[in-house]
Design a protein around this ligand. Sequence first.
Ligand code: HEM
Ligand code: HEM
Length: 336
Amino acid sequence: MKAVATRLGARTNLALLAVLAVAFMSGWLAFAFATAPARWSLVLHATGGFAILLLLPWKSMIGRRGLRRDRPGRWVSVLLGVLVLVSLAAGLAHSTGLLVNLGWLSAMEVHVGAALVAVPLAIWHVVARPIRLRGTDLSRRNFLRGGVVVAGAATVYGTTELAVRAIPLPGNLRRFTGSYEVGSFAPDLMPVSSWMFDAVPQIDAASWTVEVAGRAMNYEELSTYGDRVTATLDCTGGFYSTQEWTGVRLDRLLAGANGSSVRVRSATGYDRRFPIEDAGRLLLATRFGGQELDAGHGFPARLVAPNRRGFWWVKWVVAIEVEDVPYWWQSPFPTQ
Ligand code: HEM
Ligand code: HEM
């Protein structure tokens, strides 16, 4: 009997490892897109998240048994459990729209933050408790059992999505990326956000210049351009805002420059690299909604990168360089 319970425990742990990895990776995959693949990543993501919930009754049996063993560091495992539950609760609070803002943090920030803190704990947890697999653990029957958990999770997810629309809950209003609309065509109401640690710099336009392919341009010169684009900034913090942006298209500034990528750099040191073919779609903006940018939104000039998530929209731009490095030669997500 004990052997059967141990095998069940090993299989549950293995299944949990798989769905945790799927939920974590598909979350980042969703953040990588502001186009259709974001939705498919999130369907996978939510299914992984609900599968964790479905495995909970079995895992709590393992957990209770393990806690009785008085193993050193077991409270770290409990902390891991708390973090995963906080992440799950914040994800659901965001998706249903029942609690989108928690004081100075958004539910989405808590969701991702708790998951990030959980990662080293989860790695330690698994490495310190090696599970010995047997051939029978990977049998057809056990794959079918896994399939039942996944199908169950997909059904629960589908049902919650239908319920959000039918009731309807505020989550009904979110975009395919999961973000909520805030302050569109009303620049003063558009939230200010940054990827991680960038503090808003106060820049004096009179002494500021932007270096474009080796040539310095000042604010006055840049302000003479009137290229316009209506584009949506979709922030990974969980909101989106559509504005009419005015500035200059990068292909006009970079005419004649040779290279394979464009690197856009901020006064803070933050940077992103784009394929050179994108230059015609990128705008170096000085205005939104007919008014000057404010410091929080990137004054004197920021990048507008349609169909890319907010972290590509570099603020406080000081340099635009054409280089021979391929655009993918960068960390997929900024580290600053
Ligand atoms: C959501 C993620 C997880 C949580 C919250 C969690 C929580 C716990 C807790 C509270 C314990 C009992 C205390 C302890 O032994 O430290 C435990 C035991 C254990 N966990 Fe996890 N765990 C998770 C995922 C995993 C994964 C992915 C694996 C392996 C692939 C795993 C393998 C084990 C093993 C082997 C034990 C020891 C059981 C025993 O001694 O009877 N856990 N877990
Ligand atoms: C422990 C790891 C994680 C778990 C268990 C988890 C689980 C969940 C769950 C259950 C939801 C609600 C799904 C729904 O009802 O629509 C959700 C939403 C979401 N999660 Fe995660 N998540 C994790 C980590 C992450 C990470 C690391 C990211 C991003 C880097 C992320 C991004 C998102 C996004 C964007 C949504 C909103 C989806 C929507 O509203 O349609 N998650 N997550």
